[in-house]
Ligand binder design. Sequence first.
Ligand code: ADP
Ligand code: ZN
Length: 606
Amino acid sequence: MKIEPLKALKKYFGYDYFRENQLEIIETVLNGRDAFVLMPTGSGKSICYQIPAIVSRGVCIVVSPLIALMEDQVKGLNQNGVRGAYLNSTLSYQKALEVQRRVADGLLDILYVAPEKLLTRNFQNFLTRIRPALFAIDEAHCVSQWGHDFRPEYLRINEVTAKFPDTPRMALTATADDITRKDILEKLELHHAQSFVSSFDRPNICYRAQVKQGDKQQLLSFIRAEHPENSGIVYVRTRKRSDSIASWLSKQGVDALSYHAGLSPEQRFENQKRFQENDTRVIVATIAFGMGIDKPDVRFVAHLDMPSSMEAYYQETGRAGRDGQPADAWMVYSLADVMAMRRIFELSEGTDEFKHVLRKKLEALLGYCETVECRRKLLLNYFGEKYDGPCRNCDSCRNPAETWDGTVAAQKALSSVYRTGQRFGAGHLADVLMGKETPQVQRWNHDCIKTYGVGRELDKNTWMSVFRQLLSAGLLSVDMGRIAGLRLTDESWKVLKGQQNVFFRKDSIYSKVKSTRQPSKTDKNVFEDEGSRRLFEKLRKLRLDIARKLEVPPYVVFHDSSLKEMALIKPATTDNFLQITGVGASKAKRYGEVFLDCIRGDETGG
Ligand code: ADP
Ligand code: ZN
């Protein structure tokens, strides 16, 4: 070993301690064993292979699908004095050759490659010559079609690594559901790997969900009331909506840009960059956005349309609060969303098994939306983690929902499903119950059935809520065909026969969660004196100038948390500067002087 892991952590990254599992994982591969690493986003997966890369002889090969991120990752490493490079399709032939030569000369510790690159014969021959010290397979869920980002090339990574039986492998992912997890172990043949599963709890994220009713206004109220200045991501389902919501928000005075696959690569890059540099506050995105965004101070993730599964939800909300400071995961949902998503995959080419899995996933998500229990409990239990709650940091825990005895309403609703032939959606069934004379009602003569008009005591929103909750409780199911009508289940009959009572939750349209938050030590407005706050802003400005010159995102220079510490502690010497979390030897050398100058200048009132 060239240097002890803990010393390397301090020297290169400026951190004093390993986080949970990091050292154990590092030691496992240093001892030649394979490792499977499951950790939530933001918990520090990269350190797990970067430290072995630094301390061992030979180069560590990191397979990653995030081509757009590689350059930043490598720049970040270089900033810390780590010898890294990458190989992917964006490099010229000459540049690629040069990188390979540096590896062969022992001048690199870590090499990021795209999976396509790894699979080429050329690169494999190269590997045989250099004999890598470690294979790190990042975003390992890409090997599974149950994950949210299947990449066929990942299925062939084994062919390559199998030729190096003495080189340990590390597979890393933040995708936690059981079926994907098992699939990864199988497809990557990691049967003998030591598994490290961290808790998936993100205690700083407050989970909230509300029924969709005038979604734009709901979003605006939320942002205005709770995040008037913070950065956030708004997820929507379509490109068109991404554009229209972004421009609508901007008109309301909330700076927002869109991000989706329909924009040119240049435009996408530009918007992402402006978001990263806090030049725009909100990004309104489709799922095309995310993989590859590493902004630590995103304070809220808002789902204006439902994600497709709990994993997707967890991944997307996971982009909030990577710096560990309080953040919100906020969602509005509707039955129409669920139906729209079902229609998409029911009509797709997938096998029955595939559709069955997707259906289950969607049901789980609806159950999550409709729950009156602690949301964190549901979320963690879904990922197979034991957790009983209450967490005191979700809307269910903070503002317990009111419930009402809906047994009679449920009977009426179920009976309307039955008497209309189990083939209609909730909207029409609600009209029937309320005795409306719509064209649809007339067309099917539904004004002649027994349940017509028996539900005038409730309004349409309440009936929609009843149908949604019946569905999420398994008291109704959705027809699998293209009509996607509601059907009774075996359980429904117990309610119809009066053998089971039903309680419903009262919907809340917008509620500010009761705040029980303790402002944390490094919260932006935690500075006790105006001077520190001003210094912090000056340091941010300095950081931005440097980042622009180097063409890297600002956090690559220093994280907000490091700047806050500087503003509070006001280090005066290089030694003091090295004590700041996130300042390693390399950064102290590069930036120590300018930052110390800035701090000193401030002291003297400059
Ligand atoms: P992930 O890949 O799991 O999403 P990263 O590897 O990007 O997470 O790490 C998230 C953040 O945590 C990074 O800013 C990283 O520098 C920081 N970090 C990782 N390990 C430690 C540690 N031991 N102490 C302090 N900060 C850490
Ligand atoms: Zn809770």
